[in-house]
Ligand binder design. Structure first.
Ligand SMILES: Cc1cc2nc3c(=O)[nH]c(=O)nc-3n(C[C@H](O)[C@H](O)[C@H](O)COP(=O)(O)O)c2cc1C
Length: 215
């Protein structure tokens, strides 16, 4: 077994000060997202989404964020999936963008809402036909007998569906995570990392506070 206890590296990002932060979380996210894209790191828009069921049992998986703005972060998935069932009873989530290449992570917590048909179509339509067929044929998160069975379903669907785009099934759509907190974490020398968190402040009529957290 490899010796994991010796796997560590020093973090050496410059100190992140309150004065360095953009005025809003979304502008700060813009800056860091541009940095991670420029770094060439794979899947810069991949995010870990944590959800919980009615009993509070946690679950987590990676999805691709397809857009973000002041209103929140949007991803597409099956509403009938495990995450969909969890969000139906407990519409809250936490996100982690794990940007190891830059010694950074962004953590988000918030409410989750469905984005509606028009916005879901906008996520669905650019998907390649192959991906659309797979999404329809695969009843996400259900147990299947075999890979062969899934491939057979895709082939059947392909033969039954006219050339071109596959219609979006109502069970597939987008969710938006509406942030209540957005934390920017950057690894610093001596493990004294920086953590600056935007927190929605309802007292301030929709304003945001910035808090520093101990690392
Ligand atoms: C890099 C990467 C990107 C992914 N993107 C998505 C996505 O955008 N939407 C999605 O439903 N699943 C995506 N998945 C698959 C999910 O991690 C997960 O297997 C699937 O959504 C079922 O999760 P659930 O059973 O918890 O609902 C992605 C996986 C990886 C590794």
């Amino acid at each position: 077994m490899p010796d994991l206890s010796r796997m560590r590296r020093d973090y050496d990002q410059p100190v992140l000060r309150e004065d360095d932060l953009a005025a809003t979380w979304v502008e700060q996210f813009d800056r860091w997202f541009a940095d991670v894209v420029a770094s060439g790191a794979a899947d810069p828009n991949a995010v870990v989404v944590a959800t919980a069921d009615a009993d509070g049992a946690p679950d987590a998986r990676i999805v691709l964020v397809k857009g973000y703005d002041e209103a929140g972060f949007v991803f597409g998935t099956s509403y009938a999936s495990a995450k969909g069932a969890q969000l139906a009873v407990n519409p809250r989530a936490a996100l982690v963008f794990p940007w190891h290449a830059l010694q950074r992570q962004v953590r988000v917590t918030g409410r989750v809402e469905r984005i509606g048909d028009t916005a879901s179509d906008a996520l669905w339509d650019p998907r390649p036909r192959e991906a659309q067929l797979a999404a329809v044929a695969s009843v996400q998160s259900t147990v299947v007998d075999s890979r062969d069975e899934l491939e057979a379903r895709v082939r059947l669907l392909d033969s039954e569906t006219p050339e071109g785009s596959v219609p979006r099934p109502p069970v597939w759509g987008g969710y938006r995570v509406v942030p209540e907190t957005v934390e920017f974490w950057q690894g610093g020398p001596g493990r004294l990392h920086d953590r600056l968190r935007f927190v929605r402040d309802d007292e301030e009529g929709g304003g945001w506070l910035v808090q520093r957290l101990a690392p």
